[in-house]
Design a protein around this ligand. Sequence first.
Ligand code: URA
Length: 444
Amino acid sequence: MRTVDIIMKKRSGEVLSAEELQFIIEGYVQGTIPDYQVSALLMAIFFRGMNAAETAALTSLMLNSGDVMNLAGIPGPFVDKHSTGGVGDKISLPLAPIVAACGARVPMMSGRALGHTGGTLDKLESIPGYFTNLSLEQFREGLVHEGFSMTGQTSRVVPADKKLYALRDVTGTVESIPLITASILSKKVAEGAESLVFDVKSGPGAFMKTYEDARALAQSLVSTGTAMGKKVVAVITDMSQPLGNKVGNFFEIEESLDCLEGKGPEDVMSLTYRLGAWMLVASGIADTVAEGERRCAEAVASGKAMELFLKNIRRQGGDVEKMLALRGKFRSPHAQELTAPENGRISFIDAWKIGVAGVYLGVGRNTTEDPVYPDVGFIFEKKAGDMVKKGERIAMVYSKDDESLIPAMELARSSVKIETSLGRQTGKPGSGPASLILEEITAS
Ligand code: URA
């Protein structure tokens, strides 16, 4: 086999065989096929696409390029949730203990903040002492005792994706549905979950900006995951404005604690229960989504989910007493108010701009080496749909330093659109808070 023939085959829109894909993936991981040839193939895939069989074969090959989590001996069912990334999306934090409290086990491998989206690992590490680089033994212990563990990916999990994703990043080939599907699914299957629920975000603050693209990705994740023998559900959710009232690493820990006390913001509570319900249905614990939602709410009301969350924090080195003492007080002194420029109704808060502003503030990072800060970000007091008076506070904005507040505030101000009583709007039109859940896709 010759790499150039495989590139030309895909360039002319033909279907690649599993053997051809195997030749490429193995050669690339072993270093016998150079970046420039794989770049050309990725671009051909970007333009020509891949059918379901090719996507499933690529996913399996990527999965088998590294270690698969060994959960043998631990009773299941194992289920996980993956979000395609958003702003203020802290759902994984309350969700894992809630679902564990209902009897499932959640082997959660998460990522870090990159670009405008936040990362679960950075949020967890804002808890004093909390560590996320678990050994396999530590990961298994958490699953046995609390029903969930929170870790990052080691370099031995799906090494093919590490190389391919880095190459896609610099060759303009990230936004390809089959490549995204193989990248996400290979990593999720490697962590040992039998059922998977995907929260596919759609809107300005999401990776998939349009509903059509989000839907295509959701369908691809469901069909490919199902072909790999997993139970898969995808929920397409709106990411126009930030999720919840807080954006920031420790700020989102605070909102997760609120959620586990049953008093989180309505959008965070309802999405957590909905995704949790699908996880319980997919893993066979609940018969219907309504029953699943009820069981998730009971896990919160009984305090069981909070108990598991605090136990997990202790197990992973976190100082619960310090965290609780910092709650509501851990705020950078470099702060400013975001106020309403005129009277009216907030029609839109652009999640993408808030996410990018968050990078200036120190919530997120531009490159994987940038530091992030625990006590910075946004605390919103008003969201889309709320009435405001000129000069009234919409959010408090906290920054790592005064200098970074300048570009962050500029972006934050431009993210807010106000509809005046006369129907006049500042900036881009919006029509208030959209329904959060746009569509739910199952294999049947
Ligand atoms: N997230 C991933 O893990 N992979 C992609 O390709 C895109 C988003």
